[in-house]
Design a protein around this ligand. Sequence first.
Ligand SMILES: NC(=O)c1ccc[n+]([C@@H]2O[C@H](COP(=O)([O-])OP(=O)(O)OC[C@H]3O[C@@H](n4cnc5c(N)ncnc54)[C@H](O)[C@@H]3O)[C@@H](O)[C@H]2O)c1
Length: 270
Amino acid sequence: MADFNGKVVIVTGGALGMGGVTAEEFAKAGALVVVADVNRDAGEAIEGRIRAAGNTSVFVEADVSDSSQCRIVVERAVSEYGGVDVLFNNVGIQPPTSYQNVEDTPEETWDRIVGVNLKSHFLMSKFVIPELRKRGGGVIVNNASVQGLQSQPLVPAYAASKGGVLSLTRQMALDYASEGIRVLAICPGTIDTDMVRTVAALEGGDIEETLERYGSGHPIGRIGTGQDIANLVMFLASDAASFMTGTHVVVDGGFMALGAWAGGAGATQD
Ligand SMILES: NC(=O)c1ccc[n+]([C@@H]2O[C@H](COP(=O)([O-])OP(=O)(O)OC[C@H]3O[C@@H](n4cnc5c(N)ncnc54)[C@H](O)[C@@H]3O)[C@@H](O)[C@H]2O)c1
């Protein structure tokens, strides 16, 4: 495990899901972790768990699609821990009610999804970069999705937001490489979190069986875990990845390698 002793790490959407696991893993590796999340109960719970394990964390209740709340998160990191070294722009939403084509997508739904999934990455980066500069550099890891690379039907706002995260990642990497600030994105496939369980529940039936079925569609034979994501984010944020910037890493059990054609007309599966 990489050593993050004394490093200050901000995780947005860090109370639950893959952000939560990553926040706990950074704390175990010695980081001082700022968890920013809208969910106060879950945020206080993770802060309590990290502290009970003898590690360091503070929860800041914030909606990171809002500029003034992003500013408060960064100010809190500086006042509590003296600066920022790593930002994991993890937050993202895919409300079950948003599965619609463009014509049927309400403007408010578009604004909310793009606001949380893309604008928050811009805002948090905007306020964190001056702090990284003061430390002589740092790392921003953005959570995109395989849906930034290929599409499934009826997710126009989500797909556009994730494509935007990949473009923003490349842009920031270019603009700040000379200052020792590396910017990377991850593209998870299906990961076992509340977000995926909510989607699985829409199918009716037993959720565990549905998740197993999702897993069997992946070459590796299972869906991913928060730990799979934490392992990757911590590698990218570590000095072991010091020559990496401006790119994305797919973490999907081989799903993108499979290709959509594999289940389509003319495919042979024997
Ligand atoms: N789960 C998957 O299969 C999957 C796959 C690819 C990409 N992703 C991406 O990974 C990231 C994390 O997803 P997850 O599955 O862990 O989600 P999740 O829904 O399990 O957890 C998301 C967390 O973000 C918080 N949050 C939501 N809106 C917020 C806001 N406006 N401000 C602050 N916090 C907010 C929630 O309270 C929650 O704690 C997202 O960007 C998502 O798009 C997920």
